[in-house]
Design a protein around this ligand. Structure first.
Ligand code: LMR
Length: 299
């Protein structure tokens, strides 16, 4: 879906190199960045049909295929830092979530980060009042939609590949994403202000089709899985740096004003979206919510 110079793009290319090297070229990997083959609407179907073998959608995109529990990752201001994210993705709760995937004929192979999301529009977004009336592009996640509504904005679900044009055409007024996605999609050309809210997390799960996975020779499956796990660890190492570099490039481009929030502003945003946890608890599932709170407390 995203550009090659993002954490996901770089991890995919690393995976390709590792698999091809270790199999002596016997197993080839083709990487299709930038939504070249499929978009948000059809990538899962393509996986199901075997037209592609691996996809790495954001965790926000599993709700629409009947796995709403994955939307827990979208709860605003849930994670204080990436260590808190790890407690979920590398703990029992993360495993349990992956075990839900066979329900949809999928096998989950692991998680990795992009990072924390920022808000953009043609005005600074520092206080809850700044969002009122704005049409904000969101991924197809009910939790993210509820977050935007809680801020007084109108959420508009759009595919990632359509977002830049929609911003440029004024179909939507703003959006949220980590800076690496913002920069590599040239959203800065369509947005005058980026506010560093760090209000939510964007991460991915790598999924494959159960049929494809079972069809592999056990030794090949091990080789592929090993290369993948190393690539995901690599993505987690570089994700922060990629976002920092994108922010630096954005500063240099000079197209977009970059705003930091003070602690009072961040706290008021946090307060404004607080009701989302309760509102969406039923969709995510009370059990999952309880496990989540427990895992986060075990700091
Ligand atoms: C988005 O749709 O905003 C992101 O999920 C894109 C991505 O894959 O990082």
């Amino acid at each position: 879906m995203v550009a090659e110079e993002t954490p996901k793009g770089l991890a995919a290319n690393r995976f390709k190199v590792l698999v091809e090297q270790r199999s002596g070229g016997r197993i080839g990997v083709q990487v299709f960045p930038n939504g070249q083959l499929y978009g948000d609407h059809d990538e899962m179907q393509a996986l199901e049909l075997g037209a592609v073998d691996l996809v790495a959608p954001s965790l926000s995109k599993f709700g629409r295929i009947g796995l709403p529990e994955f939307e827990l990752f979208d709860l605003p201001f849930l994670f204080d830092d990436l260590n808190a994210v790890r407690r979920i993705t590398q703990g029992p709760l993360g495993q349990k979530l992956l075990q839900a995937l066979p329900r949809q004929g999928l096998v989950g192979l692991g998680y990795f980060d992009n990072g924390f999301k920022q808000m953009s529009a043609n005005r600074p977004l520092l206080e809850p009042g700044d969002f009122v009336g704005l049409r904000m592009r969101v991924q197809a996640s009910r939790v993210i939609a509820a977050q935007m509504r809680a801020l007084g904005a109108q959420p508009v679900t759009l595919a990632f590949s359509e977002t830049r044009l929609a911003l440029a055409a004024g179909v939507v007024d703003g959006t949220e994403n980590p800076v690496s996605n913002f920069w590599t999609q040239a959203m800065h050309e369509a947005q005058t202000d980026l506010s560093l809210t760090n209000h939510g997390y964007l991460g991915y799960a790598v999924v494959t089709n159960e049929r494809f996975w079972q069809h592999l020779q056990p030794a090949d499956r091990t080789l592929i899985n090993q290369a993948l796990q190393e690539s995901l660890a690599f993505a987690n190492q570089i994700a922060d740096t990629q976002n920092d570099q994108a922010l630096q490039a954005l500063r240099q481009a000079g197209t977009t004003r970059i705003h930091s929030l003070n602690s009072g502003q961040r706290e008021r945003l946090r307060q404004a979206v607080q009701p989302v946890q309760q509102q969406l608890a039923r969709r995510i599932g009370p059990r999952w919510m309880k496990d989540l709170q427990q895992a986060l407390r075990q700091a």
